[in-house]
Design a protein around this ligand. Structure first.
Ligand SMILES: [Zn+2]
Length: 97
């Protein structure tokens, strides 16, 4: 499954149209909160009980989206964070969650 169209909707959601015509809409705050990079993952793990992840401003605005091979996209957020690789199955999972 490949995305055929990816766009940001009103600085709030990411819209993905897949090669089978399936459409996903994922909230950007949710994506940032569940960023799969090692830094964010370990932060969530260490602080899981007490930590309330609050994101605002440039942290939840997308600067650019880049394709990674044929299996994922990476998101460069406006605050400069760009190490999260979102694999396609994970994107679908987020959209359905
Ligand atoms: Zn991250």
């Amino acid at each position: 499954m490949q995305p055929v169209q990816i766009k940001i909707v009103e600085d709030r959601d990411i819209y993905i149209k897949w090669s089978d015509n399936y459409e996903s809409l994922i909230n950007l705050i949710k994506m940032r909160k569940l960023c799969p990079c090692a830094t964010c993952a370990s932060e969530r793990e260490v602080q899981s009980k007490t930590y309330i992840p609050l994101f605002a401003g440039d942290q939840i605005k997308v600067k650019s989206i880049n394709q990674v091979g044929s299996y994922a996209i990476s998101i460069c957020w406006k605050d400069g964070h760009n190490t999260g690789i979102f694999e396609y199955p994970f994107l679908k999972y987020l959209a359905e969650k």
